[in-house]
Design a protein around this ligand. Structure first.
Ligand SMILES: NC(=O)C1=CN([C@@H]2O[C@H](COP(=O)(O)OP(=O)(O)OC[C@H]3O[C@@H](n4cnc5c(N)ncnc54)[C@H](O)[C@@H]3O)[C@@H](O)[C@H]2O)C=CC1
Ligand SMILES: [Mg+2]
Length: 352
């Protein structure tokens, strides 16, 4: 596709003809839908809807995996009629992405309280029968979804949760109004604009050069260890959060750190996980676990971690009463961070 594109170059602004990539075209389209309510309403006509109930996505089972079905606007209107819900409820839906062919994707929660009457609504089990699926908690389903559905549903859930929690202006107390895409809410009485927020969290794999430090919270599944994680405090840089969290949780001082990657994480209510590698000062490796934060923490060798990476999650108790040591599933950034450390260690131990 050939489009005009304006390129700002050192205060000059000129137009050129060059084909925009599919990615750029898609990004510009999504931007337009967020900015222009009419364009977004139009996109709903040809769009597809993911459904939720009480923030649990509608899923269907296929060969030990969950699939997230999508419904057209027409199907959705028919379903809402059947469920005794007003078609106006579609106004509660939020834009979560689009295909390369510019089919816009939306998410709608049929179970959250809405500004539209749901007095005649059907109960959840009856909806599930009609929809030929089940509303399953994302926490239970996330690791049995393909990467695309996992990412779409995580975004959708975080956005739906944010809208549900920001129905009122915190200054005037008046109801706020969402734009069609759901990229913001505005208070009509004072024009304050609220934008969806997420909490930055650092996740750090601390190494002493040959071993890495893994920890568990009592809320983790039995036997599972992960890298150290912690929410950023207001005013902190990522570097400061890492230093503080490592000191707070295991009583060690970080010497150097290196950014690895980031990931959106839907729990507890939409976080940006910023993953880093860190090393501690040589000879200063004695762990002092903060028991208010962690159940335990320990140093693990390359071989122990490499073996655990191959192990699938298991809660089954061993004969001696303990649980096998295992690591978070592949989809979690902690898994990828730990895997990268193992691969780097393997490379550095190979003869030149
Ligand atoms: N995707 C992944 O691979 C992993 C993700 N995580 C996520 O990282 C998050 C943070 O890890 P934790 O060790 O629990 O953090 P943490 O070490 O900061 O401790 C949690 C405590 O921080 C406080 N806190 C401060 N700001 C908060 C906020 N915005 N929201 C909630 N609590 C806040 C609360 O008192 C809470 O109990 C977890 O919620 C977990 O879901 C953790 C490990 C792996
Ligand atoms: Mg923590």
């Amino acid at each position: 596709m050939f489009l005009y594109c304006g390129i700002a170059c050192r205060r000059k602004f000129f137009w050129c003809y060059r084909p925009l990539s599919t990615y750029v075209t898609k990004t510009r389209y999504l931007f337009e839908l967020k900015e222009d309510d009419d364009a977004c309403k139009k996109a709903q006509q040809t769009g597809a809807f993911y459904l939720f109930h009480g923030l649990a996505p509608l899923l269907q089972t296929s060969a030990h995996q969950y699939l997230a079905p999508r419904h057209s606007l027409l199907e959705l209107e028919r379903l809402l009629g059947k469920f005794g819900q007003d078609a106006q409820r579609i106004e509660d839906s939020v834009l979560i992405g689009c295909s390369e062919q510019q089919e816009a994707w939306f998410a709608l929660d049929l179970g959250l309280d809405s500004s539209f009457s749901i007095s005649a609504s059907l109960h959840k089990p009856e909806m599930e029968t009609e929809l030929k699926g089940s509303f399953i908690e994302l926490r239970k389903a996330l690791f049995q979804l393909n990467a695309r559905d996992a990412s779409m549903l995580s975004t959708a859930q975080a956005l739906l949760r944010w809208h549900d929690a920001h129905q009122f202006c915190s200054r005037s107390g008046q109801p706020t109004k969402k734009n069609v895409a759901g990229s913001k809410r505005v208070c009509p009485s004072n024009n304050i604009i609220y934008y969806p927020q997420m909490a930055p969290v650092v996740i750090t794999l601390v190494s002493d050069g040959t071993r890495c430090l893994l920890a568990r919270q009592s809320s983790f599944p039995k036997g599972m260890y992960s890298a150290l994680a912690g929410f950023c405090d207001i005013g902190e840089s990522v570097e400061e959060t890492i230093r503080r969290e490592v000191a707070e949780e295991v009583g060690l001082e970080v010497e150097s750190l290196q950014y690895y990657a980031s990931q959106h994480w839907p729990f507890p209510s939409g976080s940006l996980m910023i993953a880093c590698h860190a090393t501690v000062k040589p000879g200063q490796t004695e762990i002092q676990v903060n028991l208010r934060e962690l159940e335990t923490a320990a140093w693990f060798s390359h071989d122990e971690v490499a073996t655990a990476l191959k192990r699938k999650g298991s809660y089954s108790q061993q004969q001696n009463g303990t649980f096998p040591f295992w690591l978070p599933p592949k989809l979690a950034i902690s898994h990828q961070l730990i895997k990268e450390w193992v691969e780097k260690q393997t490379c550095s131990s190979l003869p030149a």
